[in-house]
Ligand binder design. Sequence first.
Ligand code: SIN
Length: 513
Amino acid sequence: MGLMRQVLGESFGLFRQVKLSRPLGMRVRNASLVRSKAFVNGIWKGAASGEEFAVINPADGEAIGSVPNMNENDALEAVGAAYDSFLQWQETTAKERSHHLRKWFDVLQKNQDELAKIITAESGKPLKEAAGEVAYGNSFIEWFSEEARRIHGEVIDSPIKSKEMIFIRRPIGVTALITPWNFPIAMITRKAGAALAAGCTCVVKPAEDTPLTALALAALAEESGLPAGVFNVVTSGRDNAPLIGKSFCESPLVAGISFTGSTEVGKLLYKMCAKGVKRLSLELGGNAPFIVFKNADIGKAVQGAIASKFRNCGQTCVSANRLFVEEEMYDEFAGKFKEAMKAQLILGNGGDGVSTMGPLINDAQTKKVDGIVQDAVKKGARILLGGKKASSVGDRFFEPTLIADVDPRMLCYNEEIFGPIAVLIKFKNEEEVLRLANHTKRGLAGYFFSNDIAQIWRVAKKLEVGMVGINEGIISSAEAAFGGIKESGLGREGSHYGIEEFTYIKYLCFGNL
Ligand code: SIN
């Protein structure tokens, strides 16, 4: 106990020795952003057990810091604090909450560069991409500072003269926000911005791989004057994460859970939430079709595919997972796409200012991606580019890979790849591609490139997904309603709909008037 625990890979039976290096705090100008304690009720604190775990830079395997390995009791203490704070926070006016969020946004903006460095260090994404994520992440706090003032009720015409009927919106209460490592800031702000704007308080449980960004967010929340207990962050390693999730689902003080992550974990949370009939918002895995019709602008389609497929090294839920290309255009698209990949994707340590693609997040993910490529080759697919680990760059780097002649028997066709692997599938006509694209349990995002307006409207309506990029590979923004259908999730984040996950409608009936 009290010893620093290296939990990376622990769940796969690996217990790797890590090189200790200069801690990240020494490399970030505003060192107060790099925290080694969790943030509960406005206090920086360790796990009651004293346990910690190391945070690893996936680009070089160096330990860049350590944070508390909290357990379910620590998490429930945070829930209790969030509940006490909720009793006051729900009484604030929309204007007050809006001002609080705006102040948080302002300090987040002031610290953009530092936040980007932290993201690069713990997630491996190149600095420029990390800076883009910070701008994206911060924009949710700005957006919801504005939406806070637009949460309205309704007055309904009563059928009875002596009665008046009103609907008001109320915050649901304490929310537990369980967030992933692929967008260490944006997946927190997209949830927390909406929750706080609605009048809820929250306990954030960031992913084990990227807790430092979450703690930096907490440090800036504190600096901005957000009241204690409104925004809490509990950190834990993989070993404690399942019990923390369970305790959130079972605590009577938690009103709702918002989770972004794998479909498997999402289903578990769904099941566990049934007991307490909790509000649940799930943003789960995708298997996005990316369709190029023969009449498309091929240059735009290639660029759209590069942007969608290789954003964050392919570790994005909305990433193009299956690239369907109409047969007349297949060879030309494959050739141009391969050249664009070679020219634009430079693997390397994200902090070097040159590389455009970083490592995979950890050893388990690297192994999974490697297995997916090998499976495709074994079943007859053709590697057009890459195809193996880029060990000369680092242990967790994978070559940008292009695979042709993929078919539905292959893992890469059915599973969310979450890596820099683009897979090409030839199709004959619109009817066939819609059938193939929709033949999946997932339904998060879909993309297609076409210049035929009638086809655009038909395909946009028929794709079984929650979000569609039409002649566009990047669809995310604070204003957008982000979310899926089928096994890709429940609810919407961002946009004005994001607020709905954190409010309920209360019906007031005034009688004997
Ligand atoms: C995700 O991968 O879940 C998030 C991507 C985005 O917000 O654009």
